[in-house]
Design a binder for this molecule. Sequence first.
Ligand SMILES: *[C@@H]1O[C@H](CO)[C@@H](O)[C@H](O)[C@H]1NC(C)=O
Ligand SMILES: *[C@@H]1O[C@H](CO)[C@@H](O)[C@H](O)[C@H]1NC(C)=O
Ligand SMILES: *[C@@H]1O[C@H](CO)[C@@H](O)[C@H](O)[C@H]1NC(C)=O
Ligand SMILES: *[C@@H]1O[C@H](CO)[C@@H](O)[C@H](O)[C@H]1NC(C)=O
Ligand SMILES: *[C@@H]1O[C@H](CO)[C@@H](O)[C@H](O)[C@H]1NC(C)=O
Ligand SMILES: *[C@@H]1O[C@H](CO)[C@@H](O)[C@H](O)[C@H]1NC(C)=O
Length: 380
Amino acid sequence: MKRLTWALIQLLLLTSLFETGFSVTTRSRGKKKVPKEPKEINVCEVDVKQSLYCDCDSDKLRNATDAKCLILNEVRVDDPAWGHFTSQMYLQKLKFMARMPNWLRQIPVQLFRQLIHLQVITFQDASIEEVKEYTFYNLSTITEINLSRNQITTLKMHSFENMKNLTAIYLDENRITEINRDTFVNLPSLKSLHLSVNNISTLHDKAFKHLTSLEELELFNNQIKVITADSFHGLRKLVTLDLRNNLIAMIGDRTFIEMPSLRELELDKNEIVYISDKALDGMKNLRKLRLSKNKLVTLEPDFLSGAPGVNFLDLKENLMKTMTFDNIKPIVTNLYNSTSHFYLSGESLSIKRPNLLHAFNPLTTVGAYWRPKHIGFPVL
Ligand SMILES: *[C@@H]1O[C@H](CO)[C@@H](O)[C@H](O)[C@H]1NC(C)=O
Ligand SMILES: *[C@@H]1O[C@H](CO)[C@@H](O)[C@H](O)[C@H]1NC(C)=O
Ligand SMILES: *[C@@H]1O[C@H](CO)[C@@H](O)[C@H](O)[C@H]1NC(C)=O
Ligand SMILES: *[C@@H]1O[C@H](CO)[C@@H](O)[C@H](O)[C@H]1NC(C)=O
Ligand SMILES: *[C@@H]1O[C@H](CO)[C@@H](O)[C@H](O)[C@H]1NC(C)=O
Ligand SMILES: *[C@@H]1O[C@H](CO)[C@@H](O)[C@H](O)[C@H]1NC(C)=O
């Protein structure tokens, strides 16, 4: 018998046919009824009495590995519906979507204890406001947790702890306001953490200190005002840090010293007026530095000396008034390379001749990627 498609289920819901008593349990029609024996509820079979319906890669008992479940009614954490997942204990990928925001308010922690093969778990469009202590704890098979697009404001301490195979956490598009210390603990495989599009104003000191394997940290579109070396304590393996579209006003001495592996630093669209000459100390591996759309008027002469490998520098759309050869001296030979990028623009920019232009002269001859139109006047 042909399986009902996901689309049809959604259509049924939209037209409220369930409420008018339309029966979708057609697959059992014609089969001999075995009386009295309580039938095990298979979460992958449509049952009008259930508060959730899962579209699975197999409908057979204990055979599905991938399920997408639609929440059709309010389900509380103590709802018996969660227990029915023993009928599909081999699930590896599981996604929940709430049709109405209030129908799922908490993460059903006990569910994870039953699904001992689970690798990827996703909750979407639910009204989860808080990730409680030890929600994701000791679950060694889980590799990816996706909590994007819920209504999370608070991550309690120890909410993600002792997960030895966890590689990625997605928490973007929520309303998280701060990142506390000891929220992410003992996650030795965690490579990427997504916290973009939230309302984070405070990164507490050493908030990420246990994330010694992390390579990618996304924090764009938040309200972060202050960053210091302590904000990034412990991120020894971090390769990319995305802080675009925050409210950072200044970069003090040695801010990034805790992240010696960093290659890409994105600081566009902040309020930066000042970068100390020691701000980039210790950034030997930095290649890409984005600072466009800030409020920089001048730069300290030596501000790039801690990051001599930079070959991509974006300073467009600042309020730059002067730019001298000393500003880019530590990286100027990198810019001769045809794979390098250097962007600069400004209404009132005056480039101190002849030094800076002298530096760029070889660029044009070796055909470097050089965009004079981003400079307020023609190059030579
Ligand atoms: C599901 O059933 C198929 C065919 O009977 C079998 O080959 C497969 O191993 C089963 N999968 C699981 C996870 O039990
Ligand atoms: C995480 O979930 C959101 C919402 O369901 C989805 O849009 C996004 O693609 C997911 N991310 C990944 C990496 O699977
Ligand atoms: C967590 O797992 C460890 C072993 O990996 C075990 O010793 C400990 O008892 C577990 N803790 C809980 C609360 O399940
Ligand atoms: C953790 O991941 C490794 C490598 O992918 C795998 O061999 C191992 O079985 C996983 N551990 C658990 C408990 O799933
Ligand atoms: C973000 O946080 C500020 C306080 O820091 C609060 O006033 C504002 O309402 C929050 N915005 C959202 C969308 O939650
Ligand atoms: C140019 O840069 C690339 C990588 O960015 C590097 O592999 C190459 O060796 C450089 N070429 C020169 C001439 O320095």
